[in-house]
Design a protein around this ligand. Sequence first.
Ligand code: JFZ
Length: 479
Amino acid sequence: MKRTLQITVLISLLTMSSFAQKRSQVLPADQEIFLKYGADRLGKRHDAAMQRFRDNRLGAFIHWGLYAIPGGEWKGKVYDGAAEWLKSWAQVPTDEWLKLMDQWNPKRFNPKAWAKMARKMGVKYVKITTKHHEGFCLWPSKYSKYTVAQTPYKKDILGELVKAYNEEGIDVHFYFSVMDWSHPDYRSDIKSKEDEATFARFLEFTDNQLKELATRYPTVKDFWFDGTWDASIKKNGWWTAHVERMLKEMLPGVTINSRLRADDYGKRHFDSNGHLMGDYESGYERRLPDPVKDLKVTRWDWEACMTIPENQWGYHKDWSLSYVKTPLEVLERIIHAVSMGGNMVVNFGPQADGDFRPEEKELAESIGKWMKENGECVYGCDYAGWDKQPWGYYTRQGENVYMVVFNSPYSKHLVVKTPKGIQIVKGTLLNGKEVAVKETSRNEYNVNMPAKDPGAPFVIKLQIEENTNATDKYRDALT
Ligand code: JFZ
């Protein structure tokens, strides 16, 4: 039984990673099939709550649960897989795993300090694991025996965090794993009438927990679902549509990720007609769309999330087992996402004692320093629609196009190609200092590097003018 479960998990992980490449094309309208549980809407949402989600652009993820206690090590053996999956890697029986609750007493946990760290990093929202696959709840759920209330710590961690983040002006989003290893009624597939009845009970339990979260913490802005890839959920697409509607009724404006959803045929993220389900696509995990080939992502909202090591979400005691990204590499991914109209969420896996490891503190500080000076090219910015250039990325807010330069050329000239009808009026650094801009040919410019090389990624703000009727002084080559 355990073997089969593990194999199912493995197979589902393998299929998941290829989902984005196999996503179906949108069918011509007359070839669309009728779906009861497909997309609720075509195109992006344009209400104020969605605009806020989008404008926030930079978020932090918090993966915190019992897995932080063993930190990737079980009975003397260190597992290099994701620490929050340790129960599965080490095949730890459920009751033994949940005994970790007796050790849950984060003595150094200081929600105010967490919120201050987030604000200083420049994140506008934090996604918190309310319950990960292990089933341990960071809030005192009355539907489960496995919650913070039954630990030596006792207090409502989630409530303390929501309050502290909100007080710093930071939005809170809830991560919620539907798959729950602690619940006897969970099924990964439905193979009999019994499975069906058992799983129906499980879905009711899940509804109750979600209603409880929405009621207890009404300032929550978003639900980010996970653990929804099993056949049991794909066979209950109706339930995923129901959850989305239920939460939207309870919390007007709430946003929901695509990972929750499956349609009538078990098709996930994008329905059988190729339309995005949920409010934003959440398949980009630890990787990003290609800035030239994957421009289709600019048609919908999306949010990527990433780990600082190669693949550790929960706290793992040994980060030397994989490559650890530098702050500059993290920063480049943030800008990369925004330049294609996406959000980026950087993950933190707090220690069992409630503090953050030094590497995470340093990274947060370093990103924050850059964001403080340059955040103008991130918050409220979107895809600019200009051809990618080798020096970096464009972002845009209204008439301002930002060049975010990661690779300085030896020529000291940054080549810019504008779309037809768009002229550049002026270029400045964010401190207001002007940089020289020279038109070199039709819709092509050289933008000068600042006189003194900033020695770090820098931003040039271009003021533009749209003039589609301008007379063209350039002659095309005769060939
Ligand atoms: C899931 C979790 O299993 C993991 O522990 C972590 O919480 C992460 C944020 O989400 O892992 C996934 C989920 C989806 C994909 C890959 C890993 N996917 O779609 O490629």
